[in-house]
Design a protein around this ligand. Sequence first.
Ligand code: MN
Length: 406
Amino acid sequence: MSGFIAIWPIRQDPITRHRAPIHHEATTTTSSTTTAASTPEVLPVPVFDTLVLTASKILHKEANCVRIDDCNDNSRVVVVGDVHGQLHDVIFLLQDAGFPSEDRFFVFNGDYVDRGAWGLETFLLLLAWKVFLPQRVYLLRGNHESKYCTSVYGFEKEVLAKYGDKGKHVYRKCLGCFEGLPLASIIAGHVYTAHGGLFRSVSITPLKRSKGKKNRRITLNSETKPLCLGSLEELSKARRSVLDPPWEGLNLIPGDVLWSDPTMKSGLSPNTERAFGLLWGPDCTEDFLKKFQLKLIIRSHEGPDAREKRPGLGGMDVGYTIDHVVPSGKLITLFSAPDYPQFQATEDRFNNKGAYIVLKPPYFDVPEFHTFEAITPRPVVNAYYDYEDVLDSDEELDLASMVTAT
Ligand SMILES: [Mn+2]
């Protein structure tokens, strides 16, 4: 029965929250009154095709950094961090925060898929909301919305298992859609959000001015000068439509935005732990906020497993951390997958809570944190990746395999 999994339970009772710590392989199954259907039964391929095509057209037209300026005195903006295929927690979050509406905007910071067993359903649910309210729901790209990550952390196998002989087609269409996802948002002119965070300058400067075009030589800032922070104008010009963001060459901004992490050490430096993106210090947070007259940065990308290895930064027990407090504002990390990861080799779980942020008028720059617990029991399913062998976090990328996997 591979591929036929009780993902869409039709329950007699509403989904409930259990407060007791839970084991990831829940021993209780859904009740006998529950019936279930496979995803292709609920979303046949022609429905999937239309949804993804419609969403892709909308997404590809959006700017790299979407500006959400249409907020007024009645508006609320809900910001969501990594969800990683934990469908039931996403449904709870939507119910708890209230569904998207004329007055309720949503900005998702990416990492919809991988690790959790319901990445496809999670992504399609959010795509449906995007199509229904394109000016109210914004889906940003995470580093896991890429060919490389989805081939290692489960999403590709999940899609192939669920859609059988149509799986390759469905996976390809999802990758095409991932390419269209914007990279960042600016909410009400005051709040910058992105999956990883800040990014380098890649501006090209002529070595010497020459009259003729023939002899004009160019050199890259990033290769010849110390790393310096990129501007919003540079972000707007980046080419984001790539299956995997490149880690060398001219187009480095998408990789930085999706992979970078904050640190307590000043300055910008290569993110050697991840082999991708940058580490930036509180001074960079201050420079960025001040230069672009912002008050807040909300980024995601680090769950409890990643934070365990990051001395000097807070744990992810309650779904968020305040990482930098500087004169111009704050930097926050937001993670929305409770009891993460769904599959774990050891008995010890992080038992982390998830969180989302609500931003309110007049300035939308004071975060209101909403912490929540995992929905339990999760339906019993098998993982789509070898979680005992695959690394706990996104460290030590095999860059060579990314080259061959284009
Ligand atoms: Mn991430």
